[in-house]
Design a protein around this ligand. Structure first.
Ligand code: SER
Length: 318
């Protein structure tokens, strides 16, 4: 990778991935693609090139790819699971009509493509514990349906045209810079905001509901390391399971209480979020990612909690 385009550079993943890629490849070599209404600000805007890049506008993508001689595209444009359920057609339009535009430009210009998949690509018929890499995927959400389609389309372009497409199935991502907005796993971010603000947290997910989660620094490393690895080492390409921790609401609450003993939590379960969570794995098996490209997470629940509380306190309270 020499010149990189991030589509969705101002979102939860994009805002951090863009800065990390700039620190590795050089500021001028990483273009922040954004849509109107989600303009980059601060260091994201000031540190390197930025272009309007709607994922559903193939001509715009192609213009940027030509202008900056892009050789790798990180396609992060998507609606998360809860928002997607209220706008299924838009979720499909962004997730899949958009992906086809990206893949077509990549095919014609020889770009690599990274498009996230998710634990949401599994469904109630998938084995819930230690969900294997290759198993039944019959998700019940439009988010999951579009993620399975993402994996299949990316594999299709790889097989048919030799386009170098790669992806991971991200767990719920926890971060302190940009909030996720509209996902089922958002509670695991929101809980830290409440803890730092000294507020009681109202948890929308029932006690006992396990889901895979990951701290953002590990997620960024996963994306970059997978894109960097020698193609010949890979057997799977699209949709690697990656895992670092699985917990249920009471466990993250207790992890925070270790540092904030006065912190309180109540439950007010959101039926849509709960249904999504119940249909997703409790924990996934990431053996293939470990074997094929050396995936290894660095944070666990306790080290993430310490880091989140420290950094979020600095951000929110100064
Ligand atoms: N974080 C996503 C969501 O909750 C799942 O990958 O929608």
């Amino acid at each position: 990778m020499k010149n990189i385009l991030i589509i969705g550079a101002t979102g939860q993943i994009g805002s951090e991935l863009t800065m990390k890629l700039r620190s590795i490849y050089g500021n001028a070599h990483v273009v922040a693609g954004y849509i109107r209404g989600a303009e980059p600000k601060g260091e994201l805007l000031e540190s390197g090139p930025a272009e309007i890049c709607d994922v559903t506008d193939g001509d715009a993508i192609e213009r940027i790819v030509r202008r900056y001689r892009i050789d790798a595209i990180y396609n992060l444009a998507a609606l998360l699971s809860v928002v997607a359920e209220s706008k299924p057609l838009m979720a499909w339009h962004i997730g899949i009509d958009g992906l086809i535009k990206v893949l077509e430009v990549a095919r014609q210009h020889g770009c690599m493509v990274f498009t996230p998949s998710s634990i949401g690509s599994f469904g109630p018929e998938s084995p819930a514990d230690g969900t294997p890499q290759d198993t039944i995927q019959r998700p019940r959400t439009i988010y999951g349906v579009s993620k399975v389609t993402t994996e299949l389309l990316s594999d299709y372009y790889h097989r048919k045209y030799g386009t170098d497409t790669r992806s991971v199935r991200f767990p719920g991502l926890i971060s302190y810079k940009t909030p996720p907005g509209g996902g089922t796993t958002d509670y695991a971010c929101d809980i830290y905001y409440s803890a730092v603000r000294g507020e009681k947290f109202i948890c929308p997910i029932a006690a006992g509901t396990y889901m895979d989660m990951m701290y953002m620094p590990d997620a960024l490393n996963a994306a970059i390391n997978l894109m960097e690895v020698d193609h010949a080492r890979l057997k799977h390409y699209n949709g690697f399971n990656i895992a670092s921790m699985s917990f249920e609401p009471t466990q993250i609450f207790e992890a925070i209480r270790k540092y904030k003993p006065e912190f309180q939590m109540d439950f007010d379960v959101d039926p849509l979020k709960q249904a999504n969570a119940d249909s997703w794995p409790n924990s996934i098996d990431d053996t293939c990612a470990r074997e094929e490209w050396g995936w290894k997470p660095t944070f666990n629940l306790d080290s993430m909690t310490q880091d989140m509380l420290t950094r979020l306190s600095k951000r929110l309270l100064g």
